[in-house]
Design a binder for this molecule. Structure first.
Ligand code: NAD
Length: 436
């Protein structure tokens, strides 16, 4: 979590309201993921009954969270936990803290978790949670009260073999530690109730960087498959939080030239490549990537339109839509964020032959190492960092291979997203048929 990340009013998700489908003040993410689901379900000729079961969430919890603020005021927050599908195992998914969180967005993200865990073959279902709040504006004390209050309100839906939470945008290992602590007050010491917690509390080595590491692994494989050389490739990354910053660091270590990065306040560009360690130092001093010495200032729209080989949206959903898709010059887009490319944008990008690695594949590294963390907690046995990274690599590359082969094996080439959904739907549908 970047505590300083307070979105300005007109952020990625707040675009002019003149068309309802892709330029609404609040994108309908549920409709976006529904459309992606449908494309795969139609392609597979999935039975209507199974479609209905798979697209309908099992359970949706909406809670109020009253918090006594530092100035004595009582503020009422709204929290959500959606358990989308549990046919393959306990529900699993992160908790997002952001002002624009609502039930529709959480529902959509919960569905993505079902497909993601199935795609990388983890014995989990899918869930997501969130609280509509601006973590950058809360004091540490308020954030802790909010987190403990939220945990109490969703407690009845959680469980080590029922529903396990994790970090997402706006939350971090500290928030996970408070959740574990609050849950433990009622149920006793239960580290496996939450993943992405600090290593000192039973977190896994390698979890913090896992999503970025997975993004890097998949980008490297995609470059090989599409005849691109990652070494020396120009890369632009939107969003410099957990996922974006780790991706920048790890992809630069593989020899890629990260020429631009951004956060909610704006971006920086250096055609010769940024020194990522210096970007970290700059953030430490100023709280943002903006205005780093020796770089050109750009905004988030300019970053998306840069002449780069690889574009990695790693902020929030809906950043590439039908209005700016034509500006994209990258040959490869890797969806590190969830739902950064809208369906209309995707059609345009597909027509131009731009490859898109879908979110459920690209950013599955986080939930994969969350699974390893859960396993370690249950076994009370810690893995080395080497083992975590080896197992992560194995899972990610297997998933990439299955998706890529499915996308290229038919008569007509299938978009990677549809191929990834088909892989995931196959698994969830099969488990569903056995149960009904
Ligand atoms: P984070 O809160 O750590 O960082 C978010 C970053 O995006 C920050 O740099 C913030 O300033 C920037 N940002 C926010 N609003 C923006 C805007 N309007 N324009 C440009 N930049 C903006 O979040 P994170 O954990 O890195 O998650 C980022 C994305 O990755 C989310 O879509 C999340 O769902 C997805 N994801 C995260 C994980 C994980 O393990 N953390 C796993 C899978 C997917």
């Amino acid at each position: 979590m970047t505590a300083v990340a307070t979105p300005p009013k007109k952020a990625l998700v707040s675009k002019p309201v003149h068309e309802q489908d892709e330029r609404s003040a609040h994108l309908d993410f549920n409709r976006i993921t529904d459309e992606q689901f449908q494309a795969a379900a139609d392609h597979m000729k999935l039975e209507k009954e199974i479609q209905l079961l798979l697209r309908t969430p099992y359970r949706e919890l909406v809670v109020q969270i009253p918090v006594r603020m530092d100035d004595g005021r009582l503020e009422l927050f709204h929290g959500y936990r959606v358990q989308h599908n549990g046919v393959r195992g306990p529900y699993k998914g992160g908790i997002r803290y952001h002002p624009e969180v609502d039930l529709g967005e959480v529902r959509s993200l919960a569905g993505l978790m079902t497909w993601k865990t199935a795609l990388v073959d983890l014995p989990f279902g899918g869930a997501k949670g969130g609280v509509s709040c601006d973590p950058g504006k809360l004091s540490r004390h308020e954030l802790q009260s909010l987190t403990r209050g939220f945990t109490q309100k969703i407690d009845m839906a959680l469980g080590v073999y029922r529903d396990i939470v994790a970090p997402d945008a706006g939350t971090n290992p500290q928030v996970m530690a408070w959740i574990m602590d609050e849950y433990g007050k009622k149920h006793g010491y239960t580290p496996a109730i939450v993943t992405g917690k600090p290593v000192a509390l039973g977190g896994s080595l390698g979890r913090e960087e896992a999503t970025g590491r997975g993004v890097t692994m998949i980008t490297a494989e995609a470059c090989k498959a599409y005849g691109m050389n990652l070494r020396g490739a120009k890369v632009a990354i939107q969003g410099f939080g957990n996922v974006g910053s780790w991706t920048a660091k790890l992809i630069a270590e593989l020899g890629a030239k990260v020429v631009a990065v951004s956060d909610v306040f704006g971006g920086i560009f250096r055609p010769e490549g940024l020194d990522i360690e210096k970007v970290f130092e700059h953030i430490k001093k100023t709280g943002s990537v903006v205005a780093m010495h020796g770089t050109q200032s750009i905004d988030n729209e300019q970053l998306l339109a840069l002449d780069v080989d690889v574009l990695i949206p790693a902020a929030l959903g809906g950043s590439i839509d039908r209005d700016n898709a034509d500006n994209v010059k990258a040959k490869l887009i890797v969806e590190a964020a969830n739902s950064p490319v809208t369906p209309r944008a995707e059609e345009k990008l597909n027509q131009r032959g731009i490859h898109i690695i879908p979110d459920i594949l690209a950013n599955a590294g986080g939930v994969t190492v969350s699974y390893f963390e859960w396993v370690q907690n249950l076994q009370q046995f810690h893995w080395s960092l080497e083992k975590v990274n080896e197992e992560l690599q194995l899972r990610m590359l297997q998933a990439w291979k299955r998706v890529y082969e499915r996308s290229t094996s038919g008569h007509a080439k299938l978009p990677l997203r549809t191929a990834a959904y088909c892989e995931a739907l196959d698994k969830v549908a099969q488990a569903t048929r056995h149960r009904f």
